[in-house]
Design a protein around this ligand. Structure first.
Ligand code: HEC
Length: 117
């Protein structure tokens, strides 16, 4: 399935805050307040494994849900709105966010590399 790129990122942001944040967390790291009660990981939207999926796969997962992940095909019935979420999840991984969330790991990696042994 191809992303029509009609979904506006800001719409995605609002929808995410309303429907997804409780489980997936405000930065999509899977650390929302409800996540701990699920007994199951929500995944990490900033992870490479997640971002390496196609837009169509992400769209499909949002539409049909799986296990503890609710299906949003009816709740968010406009295709464009669900695409806007896909666009938002992609966008939230842009460099500043990524550096912010992955920064400590990077600094640790560099320190370990250059530590005199
Ligand atoms: C009740 C908690 C809950 C809510 C609310 C929720 N999710 Fe999820 N979501 C999950 C869980 C748990 C999984 C992992 C499912 C699995 O592993 O099968 C998941 C998985 C996903 C995945 C697939 C992740 C991957 O690694 O491929 C996407 C995409 C996703 N959610 C998007 C959303 C979006 C967008 C919303 C809001 C419209 C949302 N979710 C709302 C719990 C939730």
């Amino acid at each position: 399935m191809k992303n029509p790129n009609a979904g506006d990122v800001n719409t995605g942001k609002d929808l995410f805050a309303k429907h997804c944040k409780s489980c997936h967390g405000k930065d999509g790291l899977g650390d929302g307040p409800k996540a701990a009660t699920l007994g199951k990981s929500c995944g990490d939207f900033t992870a490479k494994e997640f971002q390496s999926q196609t837009d169509g796969e992400i769209f499909y997962k949002i539409t049909t849900g799986r296990d503890k992940m609710p299906a949003f095909g009816k709740t968010i019935s406009e295709d464009n709105e669900r695409w806007s979420l896909v666009n938002y999840l992609r966008n939230s991984n842009k460099l500043p966010v990524r550096l912010f969330t992955r920064g400590p790991d990077l600094i640790l990696a560099f320190t370990l590399c250059f530590l005199p042994s």
